[in-house]
Design a protein around this ligand. Structure first.
Ligand code: GLU
Length: 489
């Protein structure tokens, strides 16, 4: 039975790299008919918080991932971790090391001076009882270290990277598995130990995680062996890189799933894009897919070894395609909370069925139809909707257009004709007639008049289809006011 897990540390909001690892685990589990589990690695008490845990769980749900069992909370498993350490101490595979911080620092500076990689020199590996007693009587505390046999070659077959080989002598010497504590106690267990014990208890069959954990895998394999636990298979996913081919970081503007959400990306396009960050769909499959579709064909063998470059253009393209395919009612439903947020629509309206008038509903849907073709982000449906909900500021270029004497004359005439003829925004042909009549009466070219009208109505010389925009404003009685405010006396 395939059982995989995501093991986030709740020391920050859900990071894009963690979310992508989550997706690969989820896709693999679903494709294999296995289970996708969560383990919250909250043993760093100072940096972990429940807020971050909630953020991570919410973020995973938002990108469409579900998990099959209640999340395991690592800090609740302290006794199991300590029992494993006890077992390693009892069979001589671990020991107490009393080396002080100063001693360790001196050791490191010597190694540095000799151009050697920093490592613990295993100095307390074979203390006699009396040596130990005298260190204790000095009042020293001890960490617990796991013996690493420097002669060993550690090998595994990585399901993404192929055969892997690691010299145990490159692991930095005997590894600390429990923090400092008084000599007869066991201090807080550390990451590698806890992960091995928990993955074994959770019967994890495949550990799929970022390539920054490769050295940890080498260490953990030694612990599996020493604890006599069944070893899972490993797969290390490529890092997500920025334009400069460095690991995507806070400096690149966004790293947290929240950021993408706030910028207006839809969860389905973001999940689609994250899946493409390192995985290529099989021949014949479009690059646009739902996670459900990807789950039918996902294999680790199609995950690349090389780092995956983050490509904003591609993400934007995917997002715009998703938005353009939404039906107008769906698009309205997605935009409505954002419009409400801006105070443009009353909070009581959404889905208290019947409360919104048919007329308002149609108006909102027609607005969606006008905006839809130019949407890249959902938030564009807010920015571009501004002139339809509030009187927009008039941009400089628009003012230059409006304020010339001839354009003033034309706008004044247009307003007169509009008042005389009246237009409720329904029949577009009436608006066309009004424009035609004004052009003739003031000897203005149609293109020029339209530019002035656009400037007056929308505050800008660019924007969506003018007649439809005008019609939307006329339907809520705002067009004449906008034109009037542009007529200078
Ligand atoms: N808590 C670790 C992290 O967030 C988990 C690594 C693992 O998957 O073993 O990086």
């Amino acid at each position: 039975m395939v059982r995989v897990r995501l093991a986030p540390s709740p020391t920050g909001t859900l990071h894009i790299g963690t979310a992508r690892t989550a997706l690969f685990n989820w896709l693999f589990a679903r494709q294999q008919g296995g289970a996708f589990l969560l383990r919250i690695e909250d043993t760093d008490r100072e940096r972990s918080s429940e807020e971050f845990t909630d953020n991570i769980l919410e973020g995973l749900q938002w990108i469409g991932l579900d998990w099959d069992e209640d999340p395991v909370i690592q800090s609740h498993r302290l006794e199991a971790h300590k029992a494993a350490i006890q077992q390693l101490l009892a069979n001589g595979k671990a020991y107490r090391c009393y080396a002080s911080t100063t001693e360790l620092e001196n050791m490191r500076s010597l190694q540095k001076a000799e151009n050697n990689a920093p490592r613990y020199d295993n100095r307390h590996r074979n203390l006699t009882r009396s040596q130990e007693q005298s260190l204790i009587s000095e009042g020293r505390e001890a960490v617990i270290r796991f013996r690493i046999d420097d002669n060993e070659i550690i090998e595994w077959n990585d399901l993404i990277r192929g055969p892997m080989l690691w010299r145990a002598s490159d692991l930095g010497g005997d590894m600390v598995i429990a923090r400092q504590a008084p000599a007869n106690q066991i201090g807080d267990p550390l990451y590698n130990l806890a992960v091995v014990v928990d993955d074994a208890t959770m019967a994890i069959s495949h550990v799929i995680r970022g390539e920054d954990h490769i050295a940890n895998t080498a260490k953990q394999l030694q612990l599996y062996k020493a604890l006599n636990l069944p070893v899972p298979q490993f797969a290390h996913t490529p890092l997500i890189l920025n334009k400069e081919n460095r690991k995507l970081s806070k400096r690149d503007g966004v790293t947290s799933i929240n950021d993408f959400r706030n910028m207006g990306y839809s969860s389905s396009s973001l999940a689609n894009y994250m899946t493409l960050l390192g995985w290529s769909p099989p021949k014949g499959m479009s690059e646009r897919f739902s996670s459900k579709e990807a789950a039918t064909v996902f294999t680790l063998s199609r995950v690349n070894k090389a780092g995956a470059r983050f490509d904003w253009d591609k993400l934007n393209w995917l997002n715009s395609q998703t938005l353009h395919e939404l039906d107008l009612r769906e698009l309205r439903e997605q935009l409505l909370p954002l419009w409400i947020n801006r105070g443009w629509i009353e909070n009581s309206i959404p889905e208290t069925k019947g409360k919104i008038s048919e007329q308002d509903l149609t108006w909102q849907i027609d607005l969606c139809e006008l905006l839809k073709p130019s949407l890249v982000l959902l938030s564009d449906g807010v920015d571009q909707a501004i002139p339809f909900f509030q009187c927009p500021d008039i941009e400089e270029k628009a003012w230059s257009q409006i304020k010339t004497a001839s354009n003033q004359l034309a706008l004044r005439e247009l307003l007169n004709v509009l008042i005389n003829k009246g237009w409720d925004g329904q029949e577009i042909s009436i608006a066309q007639e009004i424009l035609k009549f004004t052009c003739q009466a003031t000897d203005t070219k149609k293109g020029i008049l339209m530019k002035s009208l656009r400037s007056a109505l929308l505050g800008s010389i660019q924007g969506p289809d003018l007649l439809t925009s005008w019609s939307l404003l006329a339907r809520i009685g705002k067009d004449k006011k906008r034109i009037r405010r542009c007529i200078l006396n």
